[in-house]
Write a protein that binds this ligand. Structure first.
Ligand SMILES: Cc1ncc(COP(=O)(O)O)c(C=O)c1O
Length: 499
């Protein structure tokens, strides 16, 4: 049919269009290179961030000589760099989110009354609605909450089992006199194992521990959602449900580190049969329902620059937390925060459970992960919720763990491009308080942590190229020696020198 229709040619310097009947056929000039969007390359339609930018903060690239000088001054520890010396800052997703226009508007509704601020009641309501805990104590950030809970729920000499340690959490548990025992599934320690829920508690390890030490020596089970130190790996709903049954049989409480529980809910929705059509909000609520309480660093999931809380079901424990918060943080209706911070947090909680938000947040992390794993860069798989964790042992097989491969990799990345990452290996693990020796974690990782709603896909491309450049030059890296070691949480302030 078409062949009988008249053909006409339309020529312009930029395009050549041939028309057959009422169809246009465009032919590109021969010399033009065709570029493809990322969606086209992947055979699907592209996605875009579900926000537009209203305020911008300029970024500056720093010259190679200045980066070298800055890193030397910082003792090869990225925590000791000034942020002005950093180009793309992937140190942490903690307190680094961009707040929404609604949150900034909420800041203007701050009620700075010393007692009974209306923003406290808004926050209390949001925590009850989305997390389901009736009794809330606000704190200035997560470790304030860890401190209060450890002091009230642990008796010296007790044991705290948990699904992998977290730095500040374990430090507070140990300061309160407990011994932390890792009961996470073995797969969590293997960066190449692709099990979907590598954050799960190993119920057999836990049962054995209860048998060995006795249930009354167990202060509580410390359950982290999307386990940070394992690479942001989630816990399944089935696991927390079984955990509840086991702990109830032995009279053991479960307290949840809810810092990234919304991201955990996303993985349940995506990976766990029966939850595909359930909303994030529902999944989060059900997950929390199996626990006795939670502590929270709201600087992550809840999209605020500062804030935290501890919330529980038990009234007696609540009374104790309420007495202590007055001593360490501030009155029980502000806990070290301004009223406006609590308002922003209440709004952030509502925004954090929106499907569009979390899909794009985790999608961005995955985008970076897909680029890097496509190039054969060693990292923890599957990619978790908040960061890419590069496997520094495989970057530098020629470096012993005492030569700090992950710290070395963070330093090399900064030297290459001004991108700031963070060590999550032997330095973060600290020392055994009894033997004084280094804890030697199986995972020796460098974390590229993605702040929420801050960077675009173009930034991810720049990061990926820098990681590749460092990977290609990996044979030249000689490792570091530690020249200054603080007693507590040494990774924040330790200093190093090249070997
Ligand atoms: C899993 C987890 N728990 C607790 C904390 C401590 O919270 P904050 O930094 O707000 O004191 C963090 C912070 O990085 C974290 O990632």
């Amino acid at each position: 049919m078409e062949s009988r229709l008249p053909r006409q040619n339309v020529q312009s310097p930029h395009c050549s269009v041939e028309m057959t009947g009422n169809h246009f056929h465009t032919t590109q000039p021969r010399e033009r290179r065709v570029t493809h969007t990322m969606g086209q390359q992947l055979g699907r339609r592209s996605w875009a961030e579900p926000w537009k930018i209203k305020v911008v903060e300029p970024l500056y690239r720093i010259g190679a000589a200045d980066r070298k000088r800055a890193l030397e001054t910082a003792g090869y520890n990225t925590f000791l760099l000034r942020s002005d010396e950093v180009y793309i800052d992937l140190l942490t997703d903690s307190g680094t989110s961009a707040m929404s226009d609604r949150q900034w508007a909420g800041m203007m509704l701050g009620d700075e009354a010393y007692a009974g601020s209306r923003n406290f009641y808004r926050l209390e309501d949001a925590v009850r609605t989305y997390y389901g805990y009736p009794h809330l104590v606000p704190t200035h950030q997560g470790r304030g909450a860890e401190h209060l809970l450890s002091k009230t729920a642990i008796k010296p000499g007790q044991v705290v089992p948990g699904n992998m340690y977290f730095t500040t959490t374990r430090a507070h548990q140990e300061l309160a006199g407990a011994e932390f025992v890792d009961v996470i599934v073995d797969e969590a320690h293997d960066p190449d194992d692709r099990t979907p829920f590598k954050g799960n508690v190993d119920l057999i390890k836990l049962e054995r521990l209860v048998h060995d030490v006795g249930a009354d020596r167990i202060a509580y089970l410390s359950l982290a959602a999307t386990v940070n130190m394992a690479g942001g790996q989630p816990v399944s709903m089935a696991n927390v449900r079984e955990l509840r049954a086991l702990c109830s049989r032995h009279g053991i409480r479960i307290f949840l580190d809810a810092t990234r529980a919304v991201e955990n809910a996303f993985f349940i929705q995506e990976r766990e049969p029966g939850y595909e059509t359930r909303s994030l909000r529902d999944i989060l609520f059900e997950f929390c329902s199996y626990t006795d309480g939670a502590w929270m660093s709201a600087k992550k999931d809840s999209l605020v620059n500062i804030g935290g809380w501890v919330a529980v079901r038990d009234e007696e424990l609540f009374e104790e937390l309420r007495s202590l918060v007055v001593l360490y943080e501030g009155l029980h209706t502000y806990g070290g925060l301004a009223g406006r911070d609590m308002e922003a947090m209440a709004i952030g909680i509502e925004e954090s459970v929106q499907d569009d938000h979390i899909r794009s947040r985790i999608g961005q992390v995955r985008y970076l992960g897909d680029l890097l794993s496509g190039w054969g860069i060693p990292m923890v798989n599957p990619v978790g919720g908040h960061a890419i964790f590069l496997n520094a042992r495989c970057f530098y097989p020629h470096l012993a763990q005492d030569q700090f491969p992950a710290q070395t990799l963070a330093a090399e990345l900064y030297l290459d491009s001004g991108i700031r990452s963070m060590e999550r290996g032997i330095v973060s693990a600290g020392r055994d308080p009894d033997t004084g020796d280094h804890h030697r974690p199986a995972l020796e990782l460098t974390r590229l942590t993605i702040p929420r709603r801050v960077y675009t896909q173009a930034h991810m491309d720049v990061v990926a190229e820098s990681v590749k450049a460092v990977y290609d030059a990996r044979a030249n890296s000689r490792g570091l020696v530690m020249v200054h070691e603080p007693r507590l949480l040494r990774f924040f302030q330790a200093r190093f020198a090249p070997r």
